[in-house]
Design a binder for this molecule. Structure first.
Ligand code: GTQ
Length: 345
């Protein structure tokens, strides 16, 4: 194909006349918005060491009281998007949040969806629409769009968790806002226990809840046990991986971002084909080398990395004598709804 005409090829007066009428010629910018064969991608492969950020997060705990922060978070920002944009990828926001004993992050609700992956400490909890969700390492807690949530801490050591939100895409939609509220009354606890057996659901008087988000807490102990039993029972399986879903209908647990947990058996190497979604990997237990786009990141406990879409990814369990457990986030639910999701084999 021939080169397309450039902006500079057009006479000054014509360009000025277009600008004056809020008009833009497409052809000089056509390849920028429709590059051939593969999108133009800002998201860079990026690694965040937990041991590297932890002292800075603890220092934030000394520098800024919770009342002055509302949410005391260091954002894991991708330099490819500009740090000030606070994006890990085009759609994914990541933050490490610290709550000190006795602190309280007040109740609010907002349009973006959030999940928390608990990193360290015990005694903290998130209350979501009256449901008290205790936090311990590896638990996943949903705070979906529009639902009241607040964080409290009755323990005696710092608690840290990874926030994953679809904030960048909801913000881009000009649909991101918050409403502040007053402290919630706890009305329910340990609701997830009703969903403990796959294939059996609460249905009093033949009715299922039909809630968009029936289950808000996915305890790590249950997820880990499922992965271990899959690995033991199906030694030939392609990947020992589970998806976090709505237990009533099997759909992704949230509508925009998707979540899964992966177990790499001792020494296992897993080659994943290029997919159109950027992916976030967070090490729950063990150690993993993530190789993609000419980079290799070695993830130890609580380390996190982001890999842009359209890149094949290889995961290697760095230990020969113990499994590696990785939490994964991507925007496949959104891309599937939009009809742009691809796997390139
Ligand atoms: O805990 O509600 O990292 O509202 C960013 C925005 C956490 C939260 C974040 C939030 C929260």
């Amino acid at each position: 194909m021939d080169e397309l005409g450039r902006l500079e090829d057009l006479p000054e007066d014509y360009r000025a006349a277009l600008t004056e009428k809020n008009l833009v010629p497409l052809w000089p910018s056509l390849r920028a918005v429709l590059p051939r064969g593969k999108p133009a991608i800002r998201t860079q492969p990026t690694f965040w060491s937990y041991q590297g950020l932890r002292p800075l997060l603890m220092r934030a705990g000394e520098l800024t009281p919770i009342e002055k922060a509302e949410r005391r978070v260091l954002v894991l920002a991708n330099p490819g998007h500009g740090l000030e944009k606070m994006q890990a990828s085009s759609t994914i926001y990541l933050g490490m949040q610290l709550l000190q004993p006795g602190e309280w992050a007040p109740s609010h609700r907002h349009t973006p969806n959030a999940v928390r992956m608990i990193v360290e400490g015990v005694g903290a909890y998130t209350t979501v629409e009256g449901e008290k969700c205790p936090m311990s390492r590896g638990d996943l807690i949903l705070t979906p769009t529009g639902m009241w949530h607040e964080h409290g801490h009755d323990g005696n050591e710092p608690v840290v968790w990874l926030d994953v939100l679809d904030l960048p895409i909801v913000y881009y939609c000009e649909a991101s806002y918050v409403v502040e509220g007053k402290a919630q009354t706890v009305t329910a606890e340990a609701v997830e226990q009703d969903f403990q057996r796959g294939g059996v659901l609460p249905a009093p008087m033949f009715k299922r809840s039909g809630k968009t988000f029936p289950m808000l807490r996915y305890p790590w102990a249950d997820v880990r046990r499922t992965l271990e039993s899959m690995a033991a029972r199906q030694p030939g399986i392609e990947a020992v991986q589970v998806a976090y879903v709505n237990p009533e209908n099997g759909h992704d647990c949230q509508r925009i971002l998707g979540y899964s947990a992966l177990m790499l058996r001792p020494g296992e190497r897993l080659a994943m084909p290029a997919r159109s979604t950027a992916m976030v990997f967070h090490q729950i237990e063990g150690s993993t080398e993530v190789t993609a786009a000419g980079q290799a990141f070695r993830l130890a406990d609580a380390d996190t990395c982001c890999i842009p879409g359209y890149e094949p990814i290889t995961l290697q369990n760095l230990a020969a004598d113990r499994p590696s457990f990785v939490f994964i986030a991507d925007d496949a639910p959104l891309q599937k709804k939009l009809g742009v999701y691809e796997i390139r084999n």
